[in-house]
Write a protein that binds this ligand. Structure first.
Ligand code: EPZ
Length: 418
């Protein structure tokens, strides 16, 4: 299994270009199931998770062609299977995103329960309750969800709490339902707005995406469209934190500043210089990092997917900071690895971390546990004294395109060891 070796101490300098957003591409590629015809996706990131959903769609019978780097053509016309198998779903939980489109298009879907992951149990009860509200009958047997409906009927759906893929699944399902649906307490992430815009380009009638109330007027069918994937706001935030932590000066290009207000505000509070332009952001680190408190929340609050990266920054801040992880129940696994690097962190009742800043981190062999934890360990390696070796970097390859190449171009001493 690959490892990443980092020799710390370089200040990141220069320019980096952000890739397409994994968490926008996944639901958009799944939406191809709803359409008979070829959809052209551009600015698609080259990631493990994208390959996983492509394999899943091909297993269902869709035709997927990589026309050129970043350009993926998907034709759902030939889909002849409605079962998403365990050995494909277990590789990526987001495979649950085929459930809504399959039952909406074919009246039948069989998808393996996605199961949990390192950061939490990750239930899908809200996805299933929403489909039942649309008239589907749901059964769960031998680890598989089976959903059936002659035709979904529009209805009101109320989410107990905002769920990103739950909102996406049900927004896709309701586009082909009979009549009107209203999704209340919907998630408001930019990836949901992007999905709604794409579905409307395909002929759907969705209003309110990006707010807590989304209305969908069902239509009989959707048609192909050309879709460009939006920039990855979490990759953007990750490079912003890396620039600040290394006291660097980095211009992050091809990003969407409007999607990361929460990250910008918190990074400025730590003393970093952050300048925003139309499609780029400049981050200049300050010699002393101020300690700040963070609470993760659904969008537009501070994103849980940036919590681990910020924790690394706080380990070298000039005081005490508190991080409250309010979205997932077990998203501090990276803290144990940071402790091995000399950080001073204590966790109380699972979702509150108290961090006392230390002068510097020490390099050490560490292990990635999940996608964003791997990013926090990379940032730690960049600032630690000595040579850090990160194992299980397959977690990172799921969501960061060529991160060691991008960091090397910014002056980091980083390489992949296979
Ligand atoms: C999406 O996961 C993202 N994944 C996650 O990014 C992200 O961390 C998360 O949203 C929160 O922003 C994709 O978009 C592919 P949720 P999702 O449903 O949709 C609970 C990454 O690093 N819940 O918004 O699975 C759930 O347990 C990944 O790229 C239920 O209880 O997250 C959690 O506590 C990690 N029942 C909360 O809601 C449900 O039916 C929010 O989860 C669904 C969710």
């Amino acid at each position: 299994m690959d490892k990443i070796q980092i020799i710390g101490g370089s200040k990141l300098q220069g320019e980096v270009t952000i890739s397409g957003a994994k968490n926008a591409a996944l639901p958009l590629i799944a939406s191809s199931i709803l359409v008979n015809g070829k959809i052209n996706f551009t600015n698609v990131p080259d990631l493990m998770d994208i390959r996983s959903i492509r394999l899943l769609l091909e297993d269902l019978g869709a035709e997927c062609n990589v026309l050129s780097p970043g350009c993926l053509e998907v034709d759902g016309s030939a889909i002849h299977k409605i079962e998403a198998q365990y050995d494909l779903v277990r590789k990526m939980r987001a495979s649950i995103l085929v459930l809504g489109p399959l039952v909406a298009k074919f009246g039948h879907a069989k998808v393996s329960m996605p199961g949990g992951c390192a950061i939490g149990a990750r239930p899908v009860n809200m996805h299933l309750a929403g489909l039942e509200a649309l008239g589907a009958t749901i059964s769960i047997e031998h680890g598989y969800i089976e959903a059936k409906a002659d035709r979904l009927i529009g209805n009101e759906i109320y989410f107990d709490m905002p769920t990103v893929t739950g909102t996406e699944n049900l927004m896709m399902a309701t586009t082909l339902a009979k009549g009107k649906s209203i999704l209340r307490n919907a998630a408001r992430e930019p990836e949901i707005v992007a999905l709604a815009q794409a579905l409307n380009q395909m002929g759907a009638k969705i209003e309110g995406a990006g707010t807590a109330i989304i209305t969908v007027e069902g239509v009989d069918k959707l048609h192909p469209a050309d879709i460009k994937i939006i920039p990855d706001r979490i990759e953007t935030g990750t490079f912003m934190v890396a620039a600040a932590a290394t006291e660097g000066d980095v211009l992050i290009k091809g990003c969407e500043p409007d999607h990361i207000g929460g990250i910008i505000s918190k990074l400025k509070a730590t003393g970093a210089l952050v300048e925003t332009f139309k499609e780029s952001i400049r981050v200049k680190g300050s010699r002393t990092v101020k300690s700040i408190d963070i609470k993760t929340l659904p969008y537009p609050g501070f994103p849980t997917d940036m919590q681990a990266q910020f924790m690394t920054l706080m380990t070298i801040a000039n005081g005490n900071s508190m991080i409250h992880e309010s979205v997932f129940e077990n998203r501090f696994i990276h803290a144990n690895e940071l402790l091995r690097m000399g950080a001073d962190i204590s966790i109380t009742n699972g979702n509150l971390a108290s961090i006392r800043g230390v002068k510097e981190l020490q390099a050490a062999p560490v292990m990635a546990s999940d996608l964003r934890a791997s990013a926090s360990l990379v940032i730690a390696g960049l600032i630690a004294k000595g040579t850090t070796l990160i194992s299980r970097v397959y977690h990172m390859d799921r969501g960061y395109e060529a991160i060691e190449k991008k960091l090397s171009l910014l002056g980091a001493d980083i390489k992949r060891i296979t």
